[in-house]
Design a protein around this ligand. Structure first.
Ligand code: FES
Length: 99
């Protein structure tokens, strides 16, 4: 299974992407940092982990299942939606495609 990403600079995750249900990981793909979370149904949710506020790199928060920014505190759901500002833009996201 490979995840083909639909947006912009994001290309594809390695074919051996290995994330258990309920866990997340960060991948470096051609210099771009991409975050992937697999939900309890096994679906991958892929985001660009560059914060849409001023560009810091987000960290996975396993307790809250969110992507959190260490710089000014913006937080995003695993689907890239905003939980807390100061950012006003959701994350770029990718979509799973099964080979
Ligand atoms: S760069 Fe992420 S909150 Fe400012």
């Amino acid at each position: 299974m490979a995840a083909q990403l639909v947006s912009g600079k994001l290309t594809s995750l390695p074919k051996d992407v290995d994330i258990n249900n309920g866990e997340a990981n960060v991948f470096d793909i051609d210099g771009d940092r991409v975050g992937a979370y697999r939900d309890q149904q096994g679906t991958l949710h892929i985001v660009d982990t560059t914060c849409t506020h001023l560009g810091c790199e987000l960290n996975w928060n396993s307790a809250e299942t969110s992507w959190d920014c260490p710089c000014h505190g913006s937080r995003f759901t695993y689907e890239g939606e905003i939980i807390e500002g100061p950012t006003v833009k959701p994350l770029k996201t990718g979509k799973e495609q099964i080979d």
